[in-house]
Design a protein around this ligand. Structure first.
Ligand code: ZN
Length: 134
């Protein structure tokens, strides 16, 4: 079961500039910056109530974020839903016909195990499933 929106990922060209911009918008600072080397991204997180906003900047030209910005420009990149048991959800959603981008859970930012669903099977929305690492 998908429990709630854990965070919304926004692709940005320049993390420092966007941290300033979103600080003005939200009236608060981001609470962490974290690089995910395997994904070629640098991220920052803002907490808004129960939901986080994740800003993502590409750290190399091959990163999915660099490609996304090249194609579509800056903007909403993915919506992440919290799950209790990622492995079970991956099996369930695959059986339901969704295409998993990651066949095995991988490490994401903010102490999560994650898996993405291909947007072609989710009405064009890149969906991230995330489970808090125990
Ligand atoms: Zn995310």
């Amino acid at each position: 079961m998908l429990k709630k929106i854990e965070h919304i990922g926004i692709a940005v060209k320049n993390l420092n500039n966007s941290n300033e911009l979103f600080k003005k918008l939200f009236g608060k600072e981001h609470y962490k910056v974290e690089a995910v080397a395997s994904e070629g991204v640098s991220t920052s997180f803002f907490m808004l109530g129960e939901t986080k906003i994740e800003l993502l900047e590409a750290t190399n030209d091959n990163s999915a974020i660099a490609k996304f910005i090249e194609k579509k420009g800056e903007g909403i990149h993915h919506i992440a839903y919290e799950v209790d048991n990622l492995d079970e959800e991956m099996v369930r959603l695959k059986q339901e016909g969704f295409e998993l981008i990651n066949l095995k859970p991988k490490d994401g930012a903010d102490n999560k195990r994650i898996c993405f669903l291909h947007p072609k099977t989710t009405n064009g929305v890149l969906v991230e499933l995330c489970e808090e690492k125990k």
